[in-house]
Design a protein around this ligand. Structure first.
Ligand code: TXE
Length: 489
């Protein structure tokens, strides 16, 4: 049974003005899951007006921080109360295995809770100034926030955007990816139940062209926060110049996962596979470049090949499945085009590279986990973000060479190093130009820590105390304690 959704605007459910709708299909079997409004510029403009009114004249930003925090706690509870349904819907909308979706839903609830607690910890400072003054700094919400999110972690990205913005007292227009709007719209139902004031959060579905463009360009928006591809991020940044919006961007990556010979090799093999293939490799922080010290190269590749059959492909709701379908047929074709490029460039395809055969795979966008060995750092498969289950293995001989190859990229999102030598681990981490680093693990991250990239992987940081900074303005206040006129003229 497919469900018909509407947008959540100004506290009400609405359709696109044009009445256009988009069918949402399960990427694992092609079944129709839902229909959502296909909004355009005019719909986004109405949602922005609602958020503007709610910010300028509504009660939200005048609430005490404690009351705002309590509402965020209620949102977290609301997510937990329907976590099973949300996780299953996430699987049917974006393909990931159920265990991963369950993790995302739990993390989304935790994110609202984290920022609910942080709402009461926002504070300014008092400054010692030389003159006869009292000077201090106030922190205030920025205003209306346009938030554009991608399809790989639909509910979690909605939480990462909305929770800090709301804790800080902003109002929001959230545009989910046109491919994966369902859990964000379900979140709208939770927001309605917690009686969030109308217009404080508006969730509008629609494509990047038209809807996304308007959210980035409209001059009633004070800040735009975007997660997605680097090419689109550049467009969002350009559009945001219309009124010099504050911006934060979380973009792509081509992340090095470096394994030294003195690492725990079994753990490193596990980490290499998880880093590359979790969420079908559709992760900005995926460890898509595996840099391996030459002396253990064969051991690592053989170890991965031995374990690859354990990555069971299938529909995310099927028990035991470890890798689901890719998000769309078009995206699978893009990933396949990189596999062709890798072969043409002379890298050695050691596993995968094909669509799996069998009835259960016939109507989904499945692709086998793929490993290329003997990849050279200058090959396109080692330089460009593929955003799918494709791992490039590169050899190095010295620590210096590993660091040079790791940093030889326009991106700077994440990196990992595997070694038992703590000095080496710290040395390497200090020299890697990336915003997220791991030692002897891959992928774990926490709401308490900053998330974001160096170089062309983005601007700003999400999560933790750093994340709320991105949603706050800073105001200096100077109080003259000397009642006499200045006497300048
Ligand atoms: O993402 P887009 P796409 C990378 C990954 C992938 C590539 C393209 O390499 O292959 O991007 O994927 C909205 N103005 N990542 O095309 O375009 C769009 O509607 C404003 C990395 O699916 O970046 C969606 O809501 N908004 C990434 C959001 O941008 C626009 C996650 C993301 O879509 C817009 C996803 C425009 N002109 C893809 N055009 C990560 N960092 O995790 C599109 N959008």
């Amino acid at each position: 049974m497919s469900k018909e959704y509407q947008n959540y605007v100004n506290g009400k459910w609405t359709n696109a003005k044009s009445k256009a709708i988009r069918d949402i299909r399960d990427p694992g079997n092609g079944e129709l899951v839902a229909a959502v409004p296909e909004c355009q510029k005019e719909d986004i403009a109405l949602a922005i007006d609602a958020a503007r009114e709610a910010f300028d004249h509504g009660p939200w930003r005048k609430l005490t921080a404690q009351d705002r925090g309590k509402i965020l706690f209620k949102i977290a509870e609301g997510i937990r109360a329907k976590s099973k349904d949300l996780a299953e819907l996430e699987v049917r909308n974006c393909g990931k295995p159920l265990a991963e979706a369950e993790f995302d839903v739990a993390d989304a609830a935790n994110c609202f809770e984290f920022y609910g607690g942080l709402a009461t910890k926002i504070h300014g400072e008092t400054m010692q100034v030389p003159a006869n003054s009292l000077s201090f700094v106030l922190r205030e919400p920025i205003g209306v926030c346009g938030q554009i999110i991608p399809w790989n972690y639909p509910l979690l990205m909605a939480a990462w955007k909305l929770a800090p913005a709301l804790a800080a007292g902003n109002t929001c227009v959230l545009k989910p990816s046109e491919l994966t709007p369902l859990t964000a719209l379900e979140l709208g139902e939770i927001l309605m139940r917690v009686e969030l004031y109308p217009g404080v959060v508006n969730i509008v579905t629609g494509p990047g062209t038209g809807a996304g463009e308007e959210l980035s360009a409209n001059s009633k928006v004070d800040k735009v926060a975007f997660t997605g591809g680097t090419v689109t991020g550049r467009k969002v940044m350009t559009a945001a110049t219309s009124n010099l919006k504050k911006i934060s961007l979380e973009l792509g990556g081509k992340n090095p996962n470096i394994v030294f010979a003195n690492a725990d090799l079994e753990a490193a093999i596990d980490g290499a596979l998880f880093g590359a293939f979790a969420n079908q490799g559709e992760v900005c922080s995926a460890g898509s470049r595996l840099l391996v010290e030459k002396s253990i190269h064969k051991k690592i590749v053989d170890g991965m090949l031995q374990k690859i059959p354990k990555i069971k492909l299938g529909h995310g709701l099927t028990s035991g499945v470890k890798m689901g379908p890719l998000i769309s047929a078009a995206h699978r074709e893009k990933v396949e085009s990189y596999i062709k490029i890798g072969i043409e460039e002379g890298a050695k395809l050691v596993c995968g590279g094909k669509r799996p055969t069998g009835k259960e795979f016939a109507s989904g966008n499945f692709l086998e986990p793929t490993i290329f060995d003997h990849v050279k750092p200058n090959m396109r498969i080692a330089r460009e973000e593929i955003f799918g289950p494709v791992l490039s293995v590169i050899s190095f001989e010295t620590e210096e060479e590993a660091i040079r190859i790791a940093n030889d990229t326009e991106y700077g999102l994440a990196a990992a190093v595997w070694t038992r030598d703590v000095n080496r681990a710290i040395r390497v981490v200090q020299q890697i130009r990336a915003g997220i680093t791991w030692v002897n693990t891959y992928h774990p991250t926490f709401n308490e820590l900053p998330w974001g990239g160096y170089k062309q992987s983005g601007i700003g940081r999400e999560l933790g105390l750093y994340g709320i900074e991105e949603y706050l303005e800073t105001k200096q206040v100077n109080i003259n304690l000397d009642e006499a006129p200045i006497g300048w003229y």
